[in-house]
Design a protein around this ligand. Structure first.
Ligand code: GDP
Ligand code: MG
Length: 705
């Protein structure tokens, strides 16, 4: 008789996985003995099947011919699958985002999760009342023909060898390192690898038990923390949920049932283990046959080790219990005992693995293709001077093109989302606010303390000569005062424009040279130096423009005379009204300026006509000065930006780099990191693909599906 893995799986799913146990009771006995930890009775002898699986066979029982071959053929089929799985785990394929089938042990606190695991593994785990499992414990059981069992704990990148006597303490120490010494929990897993003669080939994860009420020293949200961890493990379709239920409770009230039902509605990947059968035998048969809680893969009732019992004693006690107890003996033998549980789990695991292999293969292929593509898209690692030179020239050309678009043309396609890089618009904004600042400053306020400054300046500008000449020095004094008052504004403006341009230019160059770390560093330095130079030139230009305004009062603009004459038309009326002794209001209206406060001029003996004349000249001329300070600087900046793009930038970057183009050959750390990561992915995924392909070939999953 030759059974393939998939045909077992078909059979399993048809009969709700009881088939193996209906073959013959002997199968159970076989496994039971393998679990009895080496102490062979005189009536048994070891028989080797295949390479590594060892089964102990009752020699004095009549052996149906079919049994041993089925077991061995089954083992021969399952071992390679498990080895392949183990291989995938060792390659750390989870890091590539591919989930592997796992048995996840869930249950309410103290339901007996750890006890079930230790029964399966034949080792003692930290057990007890209250919360002792505080981190996910991944337990990999591997049947091995070793004389001495080999136990290794892996956590936080460490590997710690231990043995059966000390494993419990070692787990506690590791738990404290991962989750602290208090009663908190952590999602950082701990892996225990148990290589031992006679253990079932299983990988299981023990999780912290669900607890509603935090005990002293536990965070208030302990329930949510635990729930999150459990959900993370049981949600993937590849997970088999081993729901541990205590016989002492009503299953329908179990929190763990509610959780597993929420991710596995049909229950087809949920198996229930009922512990503490010894403590609550009444009604257990009814509970597991009624299946109120929809457990698709069925129930197994067990009795775990109690107190200081040895495993052998515990198994004997369990067997006796289910054979002789008046109520428990009525439960079908195919659903009682740890050996049955072990056997079922091995089958279910195999079934789920063979079912998910094609899907895993598909995912591996997808990820592999993506990684290969990404790797190909990484910039070529420059290997010769000529390559470096051409890469360099291309980067500079591309950067100049991008800068021209955003600084001069107003084409923002490359930066459609990034408003900061819409430079033409941002420059206009900056220019507008500079203009507003000039127009709203005190120097531009022509009505405050109307004529007072003019009167004072005229007083000091008196000279011996004919009276109807306006002293030019008075005009220049006032003009210089005003220009001095605003001179910091254009300087501040060009300063802020260049600071902005610096960030823009650096950002564009970094983008284009992102793959060449050295070039990025050099260009940044070059840009900083260049912008500092350009800024200095601009400031000199501004200082000169300001100085020119102070030096000469000139314009050819006819607006000056027109506006001046228009204002002077109101001179007579205005001055008369100011001097009018019967005037009631404190203000006098002036065309174009509205009501002007003039009380301070009431007793003024000076020549208000001259003061008004001087004021009129200043008001009109100041407008022209301001406009010049805006226009000239705007034109200068645009010229500077053009020069920057046409010549300066290229020159400065070449200067900075000197003859050291070969420095470019050094790859940026982020790119080499990415390359390394992708290369690892490609390697791991490639090996994984081979592993899975081999196993699919051997067990013929595709063909049978
Ligand atoms: P966990 O919190 O779910 O991991 O539960 P533990 O495995 O730590 O078990 C909680 C308590 O129940 C311990 O004191 C165990 O000895 C006890 N226990 C577990 N299984 C059985 C069983 O089958 N029978 C009896 N009588 N006690 C059990
Ligand atoms: Mg526990």
């Amino acid at each position: 008789m030759h059974l393939t893995l998939t045909s077992i799986h078909h059979k399993l799913s048809l009969t709700n996985s009881y088939c193996i146990f209906s073959l013959h009771n002997l199968t159970i006995t076989l496994l039971f003995l393998t679990m009895a930890h080496g102490k062979k009775s005189s009536s048994t002898k070891a028989t080797k099947h295949g390479e590594s699986s060892v089964a102990l066979v009752h020699v004095d029982q009549p052996q149906p011919l079919s049994v041993a071959p089925i077991v061995s053929s089954y083992n021969e089929k399952i071992r390679p699958v498990l080895d392949a799985l183990e291989n995938l785990r060792r390659l750390n394929i989870a890091k590539e985002g591919i989930q592997l089938p796992t048995i996840v042990v869930v249950g309410d606190q103290s339901s007996g999760k750890s006890s079930v695991l230790e029964s399966l593994a034949g080792i003692s785990l930290p057990r007890g009342q209250g919360i002792c499992t505080r981190v996910p414990l991944v337990m990999r059981l591997q049947n091995h023909s070793l004389q001495q069992p080999e136990l290794v704990l892996e956590y936080n990148g460490k590997k710690v060898s231990t043995d059966e006597a000390n494993v419990s303490d070692a787990i506690n120490t590791a738990t404290e390192e991962l989750a602290g010494t208090a009663k908190g929990i952590s999602n950082n897993p701990l892996t225990l690898i148990v290589k031992k003669n006679g253990v079932p080939d299983l990988t299981m994860v023990d999780l912290p038990g669900i607890t509603r009420v935090p005990v002293h020293g536990q965070p208030d949200n302990i329930y949510d923390q635990i729930k999150d961890i459990i959900m993370e493990y049981i949600t993937p379709e590849e997970s088999i949920i081993l729901n541990v239920l205590s016989a002492t409770v009503d299953f329908t009230t179990c929190e763990s049932i509610r959780m597993s039902q929420s991710v596995d509605k049909t229950g087809l990947r949920t198996l229930a283990v009922v512990t503490k059968a010894d403590r609550s035998p009444e009604g257990l048969l009814e509970k597991v046959t009624a299946d109120d809680v929809n457990i698709g893969l069925g129930y197994v009732c067990v009795r775990n080790r109690i107190g200081d019992e040895s495993y052998e004693e515990a198994r004997n006690e369990e067997q006796n219990l289910f054979e002789s107890h008046s109520l428990l003996s009525k439960i079908d033998k195919s659903i009682v005992g740890i050996p049955v549980l072990a056997q079922k789990l091995v089958h279910v695991q195999a079934m789920i693995i063979s079912k998910t292999l094609p899907e895993i293969m598909k995912k591996i292929n997808e990820k592999l293709n993506n990684s290969v593509k990404e790797l190909e898209n990484l910039p070529a690692n420059l290997s010769s001077l000529a390559d470096a030179m051409s890469a360099f020239m291309q980067i500079v050309a591309l950067s100049r093109e991008s800068l021209r678009k955003i600084l001069l043309i107003g084409d923002f396609q490359e930066y459609s989302e990034d408003k900061q890089m819409h430079c033409t618009a941002r420059l206009v904004e900056m220019l507008n606010s500079y203009q507003k600042e000039l127009q709203n400053c005190p120097e531009s306020n022509s009505t405050k303390d109307f004529l007072m400054e003019e009167i004072k300046v005229l007083e000091e500008a008196k000279f011996i000569g004919l009276p109807n000449f306006m002293p030019r020095v008075a005009f220049l004094t006032l003009l210089q005062r005003k220009v001095n008052g605003v001179s910091y504004m254009p300087i501040r403006f060009v300063d802020s424009v260049w600071c902005y341009l610096e960030t823009v230019v650096i950002s564009v160059l970094s983008r284009h040279s992102a793959n060449y770390y050295q070039l990025q560093v050099s260009t940044r330095r070059a840009v900083e130096r260049l912008i500092a130079k350009k800024k200095k030139i601009s400031i000199q230009h501004v200082l000169q423009a300001v100085e020119m305004e102070k030096h000469t009062d000139y314009t050819c603009n006819p607006e000056y005379l027109q506006e001046y004459n228009k204002l002077m038309l109101h001179q007579q009326v205005f001055v008369k009204e100011v001097l009018n002794a019967n005037r009631r209001s404190s203000t006098v209206k002036l065309e174009g300026f509205g009501d002007i406060e003039v009380n301070h001029l009431r007793n003024c003996q000076n020549d208000l006509y001259d003061a008004f004349d001087l004021k009129a000249r200043l008001i009109v001329y100041w407008k022209i000065v301001l406009r010049r300070l805006i226009d000239v600087i705007a034109l200068h900046l645009m010229l500077s930006i053009n020069e920057l793009l046409d010549v300066d930038l290229h020159k400065e970057i070449c200067n900075e780099l000197g003859g050291g183009v070969e420095r470019l050959l050094e790859e940026s750390p982020s790119i080499s990191g990415k390359r390394e990561k992708l290369s690892r992915s490609v390697k791991v995924l490639g090996e994984s693909k081979e592993t899975v392909a081999n196993i699919i070939d051997r067990i013929g999953v595709y063909g049978d599906n």
